[in-house]
Design a protein around this ligand. Sequence first.
Ligand SMILES: [Zn+2]
Length: 320
Amino acid sequence: MTRISRYFAARLGLFVLTLPGTSLGAQAQSSSIVPGAAPHDSATLSVTPRRPEIGSLVLLSIRRARAAGDSIVSITGWMAGEPLHFRGDSTGVARAFGLVPLEASDSVVARVVVRYDSGVADTIRSVLAVPHRVSPTGGRPARARRLSVSKVFTTRPDSLTEARIERENEEARAVGRRAHATPELWRQPFLRPRSSRITSPFGSGRLFNGRLASSHGGVDFAGQPGDSVRAANRGVVALVDNFFLAGNVVYIDHGGGVVTGYFHLTQALVAVGDTVERGQQIGLVGATGRVTGPHLHWSARYGEHTVDPMGLITLTRLRR
Ligand SMILES: [Zn+2]
């Protein structure tokens, strides 16, 4: 490991293992070290933020230790079972989203393979420690909120309804999987879909009638029926439907594995296959599905995984 990568590793609280000129896996072994190839410096991988929470996106950045004639031909990688999509920026740094899934326990691994013109490949493996949100003794999350809600949330749905909910969840997961095959359709940072107050953040453990229910898989924005809902970024409308829990929904495929969802709408103003621009009005706030009142629930996926959509806003301000 070079001094510079040790420095980054220490600063980021990461364990970064760089194996110059080697690669893992049968596919890569044939292109490992080419005899007589010019020596090159290893690439380094850094991760932002330093201490990601479970259910959050991270930004992975690949830098060359110093410029060399041996140019990078491809960067591929995996994190939490999802493929990574690196894109070079104007400063020569390649960046991609990664994620720490909600179900992560102690750590999550990012594995990146950088291939050079000469045929040499670097495999960089980064292990991120995952903080525990709930105490191991089963104590309540620090930010638990107490809500009193109607019985529809606490009584078990019948088997037909359960099957419908599962079918709709699978439809949403499939949209996420397909987004890996769509090229990134956006270049500017993500926006909030509404400028109004956030009434419930992502992942805040919620107490329904005194019982700890599953964590919140999105961000709620205040709004009255008929208020505007805007596309968080450029993309293609992948799904418009009426779901049991989420009501009238719009899902936008932004490409590169990223999908955003807009729930409980009075009405969708777009159709599947439409290309929508960043900030374009795509629907109206409503109270459809299982809700206690009108609001916009905004969700995001990286592949199949649900993540905090606010990470799209903070991290894309860092991407160029
Ligand atoms: Zn919500």
